[in-house]
Structures are given as structure tokens and as C-alpha cells.
Design a protein around this ligand. Structure first.
Ligand code: BDP
Length: 667
């Protein structure tokens, strides 16, 4: 068991007859999946029908025990996977219509043409290798098919094949031919391909004098390029663009706006039904508060984008931190389509080493109330079309997938891929249900005979499912505790973003790329003042939220130091000083990981040895790293607080000097 089969473990099927009047490659897959996975009544007959039912949406379906109804072949396929999942997890099949929350449910791969993966911790790219090795092998196709199947089984219907820091190479003929081959394997599984493009491609590839989006030659070049793409890949999804962001070229290089740039590409894509996903991840070193910049840049452009442009907004205003408040752009851009971007790969959450189930973090963001259109204007409802009549709705997740045999580097990181797909399909699913499903599908091996199967199922649920599920559900809060409790953020090591480095601030370096910019620790206290007396980032939120966040007594403590700079002896709700509370939080993060180790060791009888040992070793590394985080942050901040670490708490085991000296070699 090397984890390669993900949540699609092979189970011996019972016999089933399938009736389906129509034929297509997608329906053939649907039929084959039913035959190979059927766990319902033996000798049942299942009918697949496409009757054009108005209540069923485009990808949606309606299930009974013996029928799957949908309006499209893809809908049937999703219905099949849902039926099989319910059989395996023993959930009831209830007959209601099941429509996806978002029209486009997309993975973003940060894969480079040389095969490396930016922020990838699971080996090299499954799509690209060595720049010129573009020949498609049978092995490539097999892997892409497995990938497509895994995605379809959780409802993902789009994938961006290359890094947002895009190489212009991707638009050259050889690369497009490989994209075509990938698209052919993915198509029957209902998955469209998209590409990230570099905004200066016209100048870089065609030697045009400019890449100005208002220049006629540039416009014509993009039109011709898009036409070429569609002649090769007729159902191509569209383009993802990181422009005028972190040194990437963009419309601002030519004195144009993000709308000018996005609309130029949107016009080229429009005749073919393609979309532009234009990222709002922008900030410059000049402004005083990075957290405010995307909002300031994009709000004046609201309503100026074509209807096939979607603004792709990271969940928080800074950058995929263990905890951030939601980005103030959600709900505030009322006349433009907006899509959330999550990061499935754990760049800031312990890479593929730490066990961190991200579903609670995404749930927290999606269910946050923006109040933009009254109470209940959650981020989910502001982006899924419930509140604003967006022409398109979408959600993206930065993939954690690579060539490692278990795809994600850590067996538990597979749960994050799974959770992203499930939440993209149903934005109201609860993390507990997602964890439950994933554990049952991934780890449950039924005993062979019926009587022992029943006993085993109960034993398995009590001894494995419940404790391991609880570990998953607690794991994100644990990571927040030992890394960045109480609203701290971006204090991790520069570049790698793995270990702690709150002190790191070389002279002549951009301050907004150093931790002290974010924690602002000094003798008088800690935290970033984003209130009305500070940067006034609170002012970007809608009332009553703005006032609530502005007052430290009302601000949720999980965001306290995000919005406030407070003295070390500030009194918390539980009566502790801020300093003591910080110490307790770091310590409880470590204690939580300690308890995860115990939970996992107890789970050993229920797990195959390969996965058991791999997870056990990762937990050991996670625990060492959590202790390092605690010691580094507490000893570093103690230099400012000058207060003792409460005596109930385990003493540090590292010296700050040694940690700083060894710095990146600590893990
Ligand atoms: C940052 C990553 C960087 C990405 C950037 C982005 O460190 O590698 O290129 O996000 O999203 O968090 O564009």
C-alpha cells in the first residue's frame, strides 16, 4: 500500500447491470466505474438517464438506489462517483438534486517547464519534465488518466497546467502539443485544461516592441495565439494571469490598469467561450500596509471587467498564512465576478511534513460573514452566485500533487486535495463529514466475511475513525498555535516558509518581505495596528465588522495581533496577560502534536505498515519542528516582553543563539 490509489481503494464489486441508452467516452467510464465499484445490492439494475430536468444544473444529478439522472454526461459521471461513495461510506441515498456550488472547480498547478514545482513538496511535475522532453509516453498517459479519475471523483472540472509565474515557452507549438495530449486524456473525465501566461509573451516570443495591452499589434498577437490554441484544443478553458505582481510583467508596465490587461485577453477568448482568471495578488513595497493593497487597486476597477473575466482572490489579504481574516475584496466587488483561491499545497503550513487538515481553514473563510449585503453575506454566498448574479462562478486551489507515489508527499495531504474538491462541489459541507468520508474511503479495509465485518466495522469506527478524525479536525488549530497564534502572521523563514524566523530582517531588504514588518514586536508590545489609529485596514471591511475588528475588546482573539498592536501585559478575556497567553498558545500547539503522535501510534493495528510508518515519521518531525517554533518565537519575543515564561509550561530546549546560528539547518 503506497497510497497511490488515494481515496479510490479497490473493493471487490458485487454484480450489477447498467442500462444506458446513450453512448459516449464519459458514459463508458461511468458504466465501468459502476461495474468495478458496485457495493449495493447484488444483481441490481441501475439506469442512467439524461432527461433534461430543469431542477438539475449543468453538472448536477439526482440519485436513487437504482437510477442516476443528469442533464449531461459529466453529470452522470459525478452521480456515479457519489453513488459509489455513499455505498462505501454507508450514507443514505436520499433522492434529492445535487448541484455543484461553483461552475468551475479548478486546480492550479505551479509546475514549471523544467519539471520543478514551485512550492511543491511531492516530487516533480506530473505534466512537465526537462524542458525539451515533450514526447508523450504511455506512462505519462496512464498517470494523467489516474489523475483525471481522482479529480472527477470529487467533482473537479478544470486544471491549470503551469505555474502562475509563467514561462512564455508554454505558448510555443511544442508545448501546446503536449497540452493537447493532456487535454485528450482529461476530456472524458469532464476536465478542461487552462494555462497560465506571461503578460510579456508578445515581446518575448514574437519580438514585438511592446506588450502594451492597448497596442494593436499586441492585441492581434493574442487573438492569433488564442485562435491557435483553440484550433489545437477546441474545449480549452482559458487563461490564468499573474500580472504586475511580485516582479511579473503586467499592464502597469505600460501605464495601463488591470482591467485594460484582463479585458484585452478576455476579448481574444470571448469568441471561443474561454475565460480569464486575473489574480488580485498584488502589492508593492511603497505602501504602508501590504494587507490593504489588493483592495485599493481593484475596488476602483469594479464593473470595468468583461463578463468572461473572473478576479481570483486569495482567501486572506496577505498570503496563504495559517490564519488570516478573509480578504476584504469578497463581497465588496459587486459588479465583477470574483473567485476564491486556496492553497492546497502547504507552503506556510509545514510542507508535506506536517499533518494539517486544511478543510477547517477553508470552511472558516467560506463561512465568514462579509455583511456586504446584510447579515449572512458569507464569502461563499458572495462568490457562488447566490448574492451577485455573476456570469461565471469558480474556485481554485493550488495543487499539492507531484510524482511521488502517493501523489502528495504525505498520506494525510491527500485529504486536502479531497477536501478542496468536496468543498468546491458543496460549499456548505462540514469538515467533519469530509474527514469522515476521506478516512473511510482511504483507510477502511472491510473484513472478508459478513459477521466479522460487522464487528470489525464497529471496532474500526471506535478505535480508528473517531480518534484519527478528531486529530485531523484539531490539526489546523494546532499548527496555528505552534506557528502563528493570536493573529500573528508571516514570521516563517524567508523563502522556504517552513521554520520560524521572526528575527529575519537583513538591511537593504524589502521590509514587507521580513517578519518584523508583520509582528512589530518591541518593548512596548506586539502586533500590527490596522485599526483607525493605524493603517486602517479595518476600514475596508463592512460594518458592523469594521467596528468590531477595530476594538481589541470585541475583535476575535484569533485575529487580535493581526489588527492590533498591544502591550505585553494587555489583559486577555481569560484574565491572562497577552504574553502569558502567547506562551500558552505556543505550548498547547506542541502538546497537540504530542497527542497526535499518541493517536497515530494507537491506530497502528488498523493501518498497513508502509503508510503507518511514513505518517509516524512525519509526526516525529512535525513535533520537533513545533518545539523549535515554540522555543524560537518565545525566546525571541521574550527579548522584548522581558517577562518570564509561565512556570506551568515546559522550558525551552533550544538556545535562541543556536537557533539563529543554525537557522535554516534546523529542520
Ligand atoms: C507566494 C509564494 C510564491 C507564489 C506567490 C503567488 O511564495 O511562490 O508565486 O505566492 O501566489 O505565497 O503568486
Amino acid at each position: 500500500q503506497d497510497g497511490h490509489s488515494l481515496w479510490l481503494q479497490h473493493k471487490t464489486p458485487k454484480s450489477v447491470t447498467i442500462i444506458c441508452a446513450k453512448k459516449s467516452p464519459t458514459l463508458s467510464i461511468a458504466i465501468q466505474e459502476l461495474k468495478e465499484g458496485w457495493q449495493g445490492k447484488a444483481d441490481a439494475t441501475v439506469t442512467l438517464t439524461i432527461p433534461k430536468n430543469k431542477t438539475i444544473g449543468f453538472d448536477g444529478f439526482k440519485l436513487t438506489e437504482n437510477t442516476i439522472e443528469a442533464n449531461s454526461d459529466n453529470g452522470i459521471l459525478y452521480g456515479v462517483y457519489e453513488l459509489l461513495r455513499r455505498q462505501q461510506t454507508q450514507e443514505a441515498i436520499t433522492g434529492e438534486v445535487n448541484n455543484p456550488s461553483y461552475e468551475m472547480r479548478i486546480l492550479n498547478h505551479w509546475d514549471n517547464p523544467d519539471g520543478s514545482v514551485e512550492r511543491g513538496y511531492a516530487g516533480n511535475s506530473i505534466f512537465w519534465r526537462n524542458n525539451d522532453a515533450l514526447v508523450v509516453t504511455e506512462q505519462d498517459k496512464k498517470l494523467w488518466q489516474e489523475y483525471a479519475r481522482a479529480n472527477a471523483s470529487i467533482g473537479i472540472n478544470g486544471t491549470v497546467l503551469n505555474n502562475v509565474n509563467a514561462s512564455p515557452l508554454i505558448l510555443t507549438a511544442d508545448y501546446l502539443n503536449r497540452v493537447k495530449a493532456i487535454a485528450e486524456v482529461l476530456r472524458p473525465y469532464g476536465i478542461k485544461v487552462y494555462l497560465s501566461v506571461k503578460f510579456s509573451s508578445p515581446a518575448l516570443l514574437a519580438k514585438l516592441k511592446t506588450s502594451d495591452p492597448l497596442n494593436t499589434e499586441v492585441i492581434e498577437w493574442w487573438k492569433a495565439k488564442v485562435k491557435e490554441i483553440y484550433s489545437i484544443i477546441p474545449d480549452f478553458g482559458g487563461l490564468l494571469v499573474k500580472a504586475s505582481s511580485e516582479g511579473q510583467p503586467g499592464p502597469q508596465d505600460f501605464g495601463r490598469t488591470h482591467a485594460d490587461g484582463a479585458n484585452m485577453l478576455a476579448d481574444a477568448l470571448k469568441p471561443f467561450g474561454g475565460i480569464v482568471m486575473w489574480r488580485a495578488f498584488v502589492y508593492s513595497p511603497n505602501d504602508k500596509d501590504r494587507a490593504k493593497q489588493a483592495y485599493n487597486e481593484f475596488i476602483p476597477l469594479d464593473g470595468k471587467f468583461r463578463d468572461n473575466v473572473i478576479i481570483q482572490v486569495k482567501n486572506g489579504p496577505i498570503d496563504f498564512q495559517p490564519r488570516e481574516p478573509f480578504s476584504a475584496l469578497f463581497g465588496a466587488m459587486k459588479n465583477t465576478s470574483v473567485m476564491p483561491e486556496f492553497q492546497i499545497t502547504q507552503e506556510y503550513l509545514g510542507h508535506a511534513i506536517h499533518l494539517v487538515f486544511l478543510s477547517p481553514m477553508w470552511e472558516e473563510c467560506l463561512q465568514s460573514d462579509t455583511y456586504q449585503e446584510g447579515e449572512g453575506s458569507t464569502v461563499a454566498r458572495c462568490t457562488d452566485g447566490s448574492i451577485f448574479k455573476q456570469k461565471h462562478t469558480a474556485i481554485a486551489g493550488v495543487a499539492n500533487i507531484g510524482l511521488d507515489s502517493n501523489w502528495c508527499g504525505n498520506d494525510f495531504a491527500q485529504a486536502n486535495w479531497y477536501a478542496f474538491g468536496r468543498l468546491a462541489w458543496n460549499v456548505n459541507l462540514k469538515s467533519q463529514q469530509i474527514a469522515d468520508e476521506w478516512l473511510k474511503l482511504t483507510f477502511y479495509n472491510a473484513a472478508s466475511n459478513e459477521t466479522s465485518a460487522t464487528n470489525y466495522a464497529t471496532e474500526w469506527a471506535n478505535n480508528f475513525l473517531l480518534p484519527v478524525r478528531q486529530m485531523m479536525l484539531d490539526s489546523r488549530e494546532a499548527a496555528v498555535n505552534y506557528m502563528t497564534p493570536l493573529g500573528l502572521h508571516h514570521i516563517m523563514a524567508a523563502n522556504e516558509h517552513y521554520g520560524p524566523q521572526p528575527w529575519w530582517a537583513p538591511k537593504d531588504w524589502r521590509p514587507d518581505w521580513t517578519p518584523p514588518y508583520y509582528h512589530q514586536a518591541s518593548k512596548d508590545g506586539i502586533g500590527f495596528n490596522r485599526t483607525t489609529t493605524g493603517s486602517d485596514a479595518v476600514g475596508q471591511y463592512h460594518e458592523p465588522l469594521a467596528s468590531q475588528l477595530n476594538n481589541p475588546k470585541n475583535c476575535p482573539e484569533k485575529f487580535l495581533l493581526w489588527f492590533h498592536h498591544l502591550p505585553w501585559n494587555y489583559s486577555m478575556k481569560n484574565g491572562r496577560t497577552l504574553w502569558d497567553e502567547l506562551c500558552y498558545r505556543y505550548d498547547s500547539g506542541v502538546q497537540q502534536v504530542r497527542s497526535f503522535q499518541k493517536t497515530w501510534d494507537k491506530a497502528q493495528p488498523y493501518v498497513d505498515s508502509v503508510r503507518f510508518i511514513a505518517v509516524q515519521q512525519n509526526l516525529r518531525m512535525q513535533c520537533r519542528n513545533a518545539i523549535l517554533w515554540k522555543d524560537a518565537c518565545l525566546l525571541y519575543f521574550q527579548q522584548f516582553s522581558q517577562m518570564p515564561i509561565p512556570f506551568h509550561i515546559e522550558r525551552p530546549v533550544h538556545n535562541l543563539d543556536d537557533i539563529i546560528k543554525n537557522d535554516r539547518r534546523n529542520y
